[in-house]
Design a protein around this ligand. Sequence first.
Ligand code: SF4
Length: 348
Amino acid sequence: MKEIRVCPYPFGRAHLGQRAFIPCCPDWLTPEYHRIPPSPDSWNGTAALELRRRILSGDYSLCNRQLCQAPLLTLSELEASPRAQPEAPVSRRNLEAMKAGLPRMPDGPPAISVSVDPRCNLACPSCRKGPIRRVTTEQQAILDRVASLLESSRESLQTVRLAGYGEALFSPFLRQLLKGLSRERYPNLDFVFLLTNGLLMNEMSFEDLKPGSDHIRRIAVSIDAGNAEIYRKVRGGDWNVLMKNLEWASGLRKSGRLDDFSISFVARETNFSTIPEFVSLGRSLGVDRILFSQFQDWGVMSRAEYEREAIHLPGHPKHRELLALYRQFREEPTVSFSISLADPEMAR
Ligand code: SF4
């Protein structure tokens, strides 16, 4: 009988900060998944159990596989290589449960993604209406809860992913958390994956954030522009500082200090014409991956503004220009498009 292929994310990684269990990118899960009511124990709560139950039977109906490109593995492959997906390692006991077809995981998550603090040095118009430099009392209570959850996972924790909401190198909470990630406190810690806008990613901050920063082995920088002019429009940051910091991180990758270095770009009407420049930038930095994803409606813009920017929608007047760029770069090994484009030629 053909072995079922499973995605390791829901069995190896938990997201801290929101009420629902999110093992991967929230946009990769379907609206049906997001409608499952949250549970107090998110790791073994209703949503986690339902997602795992379906995946263990080969049913990916809660996943948007057009957007998600996570590789699927057989249980034998996972047994031979429990860290095959480095961001979602699977423990021995959890693997045994998977083999028995049980969705409840006996061990806590070996990987934790912390994406809770909205504070950021930028205020991109697609993400927020203005700068967020402080947290509310409610948000502080969530941060306190995250700190205690991390403390209770000290023994099992292997990988930590920061951040994806605010800026990890700007948030005082995340800086302190990162600084405290030592092998003395977290004996099984393998690596830290840093998601950042790159503007504070430099030697000085890494020095300040030791010993935790010594464990940063994967970095993804979200940029969304291929030149200074568009960067100013979509992110409002200093392109020259960014270039300097990217060169520095590229040097870390070339020296082997980092295992993975990628840059990302959310494609929209304002920036898509700079896709070729962005690919050239990635090539010159020698990154592992140049990631393109689609523009999501986070409810910050009006619906009309969003639709004007949402170039991935088939009805957008410039949709075909985006398709042409996709076709131009799709064969490039480092380029990855996580964009759902409704065109017969786009069928994967
Ligand atoms: S298959 Fe994709 S969407 Fe589904 S859980 Fe895995 S990473 Fe997430």
